[in-house]
Design a protein around this ligand. Structure first.
Ligand code: SAM
Length: 412
């Protein structure tokens, strides 16, 4: 379906001074749970200039949705095309605007029952109020002779599963997004939605998984790779490859993958997993390479960039005694220092790499890997992002003790 871009008359260029709206070619990214990760990812791939964050939930991107490589983004859950910028934030006025304009757009929707969902971001609104607004829109649409089904809101935002299962990005579906940006409201329509089933398949159907080394979610693996920003056709090295999640996602993005791990068993697991992936996704077998090796002294063959999750140390289900935590942090720190020293002797100057390293959640906040204080001496400069602070790049789930801090470095 196409909620056509015929809203130019209401777009006020002068009233929106932060951006220039010459053409309505803008896209909206709705960011995942940890929006800093999504912003750093978009910034790495698209540059800072094209990106305008809206609070902590979304970002305007000065590109057409078709120019944005959505399927490789782990940190953006919805991609939408911008339809209008409304000079209003009063819900009653917005509802009236939708009631006036939606009927004009129905002609662009193919025959059949329209499925309509509404997600709102940044508004003080109850779901009851939103559902009531959606029902009044339903009546207005029905009065035009079209049949329509409204997707009820359990939350103010429809989740990915609701959008997918109700086919709101299909030919007869509309998910309209209303995003508050200070004194304005952006109206957008979702055109891409994260393929949660494909992620689950890649994660859970792999023949070899190992809870002991941790389960890196494929979305996070994508973010790690994107932060490293590999050039096209690059060979990506993961020196702590474990069961091969980063290697898998690298291959799916069209890169070559090179994995090493201290444990031969892990290399065998990665081999089995990547062979499975290659047969399922028709990938070329010669694009991946695996060998046993200790990252603190291994001599790697050719690689263009490094992306991966390093050794996170002992897993904890509860906060350990301080002396135990200190001991684990010391051990892990030593491995990281030796690894980065070894890598520095083999990495070309200017090489960009991203590693997910452990950070530990304590009652006083996160304790960071000590190695991060001596990166300059080790031969690296840490990249900072314009749109995300470093402390927003710590991937963490509630109740987890060991978090993953994403660190992007440039070999000096
Ligand atoms: C957190 S896991 C990485 C998980 C991996 N990203 C995945 O997707 O399965 C850490 C891995 O580091 C490996 N490891 C630990 N010390 C190492 C070292 N010195 N050199 C290379 N690998 C090491 C472990 O065998 C383990 O597989």
């Amino acid at each position: 379906m196409n909620f056509q871009k015929t809203y130019e008359q209401i777009i006020s260029h002068k009233a929106f001074p932060r951006y220039t709206y010459e053409r309505m070619t803008k896209s909206i990214a709705i960011l995942g749970r940890q929006s800093g990760l999504g912003l750093a990812e978009l910034e790495s791939l698209l540059g800072t200039e094209l990106l305008h964050p809206i609070g902590k939930v979304a970002a305007i991107i000065d590109k057409e949705p078709s120019e944005i490589p959505f399927s490789r983004l782990g940190g953006t859950v919805k991609l939408a095309k911008m339809l209008a910028v409304l000079e209003m934030t009063d819900w009653g006025a917005i509802e009236k605007y939708l009631a006036d304009t939606i009927p004009k757009h129905l002609q662009f929707v193919p025959e059949g029952k329209l499925k309509l969902g509404i997600s709102v971001y940044g508004f003080q609104l109850t779901t009851q109020k939103l559902n009531a607004s959606a029902l009044s829109l339903k009546k207005i649409i029905k009065a035009t002779g079209r049949s329509v089904r409204i997707i009820p809101n359990k939350e103010l935002e429809l989740n990915t599963a609701q959008v997918v299962h109700n086919q709101l990005v299909g030919p007869t579906g509309w998910e309209l997004l209303l995003i508050r940006d200070e004194s304005r409201t952006i109206l957008a329509q979702t055109v891409q939605i994260q393929d949660i089933e494909a992620y689950a398949r890649r994660d859970q159907a792999r023949p070899k998984r190992d809870a002991r080394v941790g389960m890196l979610p494929p979305k996070l693996a994508q973010i790690i790779i994107n932060l490293a920003c590999p050039p096209p056709n690059a060979t990506i090295l993961d020196p702590f490859c474990g069961t091969g999640v980063v290697l898998q996602e690298s291959l799916l993005m069209g890169y070559s993958a090179y994995g090493t791990d201290l444990e031969t068993r892990m290399i065998e697991y990665s081999q089995t997993n990547l062979d499975w992936l290659a047969s399922r996704y028709s990938l070329k077998l010669e694009t991946y390479d695996l060998e046993t090796g200790d990252a603190t002294k291994h001599q790697w063959r050719n690689f263009d960039t490094v992306a991966g999750e390093t050794y996170l140390g002992r897993p904890f289900s509860a906060l350990p005694r301080p002396e135990i935590l200190d001991e684990v942090m010391r051990d892990v720190d030593l491995i990281h220092k030796k690894f980065l020293k070894n890598l520095a002797t083999q990495a070309k100057s200017g090489l960009r790499l991203t590693i997910a390293v452990p950070a530990w959640k304590t009652s006083q906040g996160f304790k960071h890997l000590k190695t991060l204080d001596s990166l300059e001496e080790l031969g690296y400069t840490r990249t900072s992002f314009v749109h995300a602070r470093n402390d927003e790049l710590v991937y963490h789930r509630e109740n987890q003790i060991v978090a993953r801090e994403l660190v992007t470095l440039i070999r000096k």
